[in-house]
Ligand binder design. Structure first.
Ligand SMILES: Nc1nc2c(ncn2[C@@H]2O[C@H](COP(=O)(O)OP(=O)(O)OP(=O)(O)O)[C@@H](O)[C@H]2O)c(=O)[nH]1
Length: 468
């Protein structure tokens, strides 16, 4: 399925850059060059390796609240060095005021001292002021070539959540095709401000996007590791899974498969809206069966045209079970999913119809979902068989509950602190529960069903309306 990718902020920029490298490496042209990276800081853009300068969109150039790095400033935005800067600023008791006239830098958001300083309200203001620049950049995306667009951002980021919400707004206004988001949730070790920003980001993005893929930094980073030290491995995992979903069916292959994944099945799965999470598992196919024996069978004229022999149905069933029980991009109760998509990628003809059907029944059973769509992706020259499982509109997600609780506490304490002046009346309410869950929604065609109630947390765009 062809998808345009729009990275926002440091996290989004790194992820789309890595995605483009991976699609080139694996020969699955998903974006066809329809990629942009938006940031309020130039350095992370200049550190991309797969994007051209034409694909960089620097926002807030003249905005008084955006702090620019001067030429003597140290480089801080590679994954590891940004961690150093982040730690410095997060543990610092003094607030950097270098050359900025904005009050935002006194509001406790100084996570990264450059760009919008971690403040999503400033991020949203900057994006709104730069709408013409954003529209000009979006003209470079050929909407007729892609079936969907995806906004990719770290939801705890001032640029990611703030600019991301305005960009999403713009896209849903002008595009007729589906607009998805991929959001990264902050780890528990990150600041409360990151958690609050991410909770507000969720509230804005989830109802607006056709589907929101989430990746949880906390789940994918060992407690002992600094989160920035995990970026590289989390990004690789994320890109591999995204590519397994959207890249399936995009590689050039001469092999036909009657089970081949249909892009319409991907759209249909995601059309239920809400939060999406992805699991994956891989097995090495016995090289004897798929090497020597396959060659003998071929010589005897007893194998398929591709030379592969089908993998045992029981083995495929085990693989699929491992995928759905694997560490998901965002852990959840898998029985809360509304629709499920299974993609089996491997050597052509290795997946028998029987294996497929067995796997599909298993998923129906384990996820208690009747809507399981499935397809395969024939890949030549591989000895691996991979099962990717997409769980759409999951509603029972402990990490979101926890993030919401943390956000409400942070918001409440900010509202009762005299130095914080920007709280709205709702921000002073204390909530025992910040999310309601009404069980599974009824899939009703293509409407966006959203089970999470983020009403206790303000969105960046709401707060910004009053400051405009
Ligand atoms: N998995 C992953 N998470 C990242 C990466 N970079 C940043 N994050 C997380 O994303 C969130 C936002 O960080 P950034 O993307 O650097 O922030 P930003 O959107 O550029 O905006 P500022 O907060 O103003 O710096 C934080 O929770 C980070 O931990 C990355 O490369 N991979």
């Amino acid at each position: 399925m062809k998808v345009a990718l729009l990275g926002v902020g440091g996290c989004g920029t790194r992820l789309v850059d890595q995605f483009v490298r991976a699609e080139r490496r694996t020969g699955r042209p998903v974006t066809d060059g329809n990629v942009l990276a938006f940031h309020t800081e130039s350095q992370p853009l200049s550190q991309t390796t797969a994007l051209s300068t034409d694909q960089h969109v620097l926002l807030g150039d003249t905005h008084p609240a955006v702090l620019r790095r001067d030429s003597n400033s140290p480089a801080t935005d590679s994954p590891n060095s940004s961690h150093d800067s982040q730690l410095q600023s997060e543990t610092s008791t003094t607030t950097s005021q270098q050359g900025t006239s904005s009050n935002s830098r006194t509001r406790g958001y100084d996570i990264n001292e450059y760009g919008v300083g971690g403040d999503p309200d400033v991020g949203a203001q900057v994006a709104k002021a730069d709408r013409p620049e954003i529209r000009r950049a979006l003209d470079k995306i050929d909407e007729t070539e892609v079936a969907a667009t995806m906004v990719v951002a770290g939801l705890g980021g001032g640029t990611g959540a703030g600019v991301g919400s305005v960009l999403l707004d713009e896209l849903t206004d002008i595009y007729e095709t589906a607009v998805y988001t991929l959001g990264v949730l902050p780890a528990d070790t990150e600041s409360d401000q990151r958690a609050l920003t991410a909770a507000r980001g969720l509230r804005t993005l989830v109802p607006q996007a056709e589907s929101t893929f989430l990746v949880d930094n906390n789940t994918w980073c060992h407690e002992t590791d600094a989160v920035a030290d995990c970026y590289q491995s989390i990004n690789s995992m994320t890109v591999d899974r995204l590519l397994s979903v959207f890249g399936a069916g995009e590689a050039n292959t001469t092999f036909e498969s009657e089970l081949r994944i249909d892009p319409a099945d991907i759209s249909r799965t995601l059309a239920v809206g809400g939060v999406t999470t992805v699991g994956r598992a891989t097995i090495e196919i016995n090289s004897e069966t798929h090497g020597l024996l396959a060659r003998i069978l071929r010589l005897l004229g007893r194998s398929s045209p591709s030379g592969s022999t089908p993998v045992d149905a029981a083995k495929i069933k085990t693989l699929i079970s491992r995928a759905v029980q694997s560490k998901l991009t965002l852990p959840c109760d898998i029985t809360s999913a509304d629709r499920v998509l299974l993609i089996l990628s491997g050597p052509p003809d290795t997946i028998s119809r029987k294996g497929f059907e067995t796997g599909r029944y298993l998923l129906e059973d384990e996820t208690e979902t009747v809507e399981v769509l499935a397809g395969d992706e024939p890949i030549q020259n591989t000895t691996e068989l991979t099962a990717t499982v997409v769980l759409a509109n999951v509603t029972s997600v402990p990490q979101i509950d926890q993030l919401q609780r943390r956000a409400v506490v942070t918001q409440d304490s900010a509202a009762t602190t005299p130095a914080t002046t920007s709280s709205s009346p709702e921000q002073t309410e204390t909530a025992d529960s910040v999310r309601t869950q009404s069980g599974k929604s009824q899939p009703d065609g293509d409407s966006h069903s959203v089970e999470f109630d983020f009403d206790e947390v303000d969105t960046a765009s709401e707060t910004t309306e009053s400051t405009e």
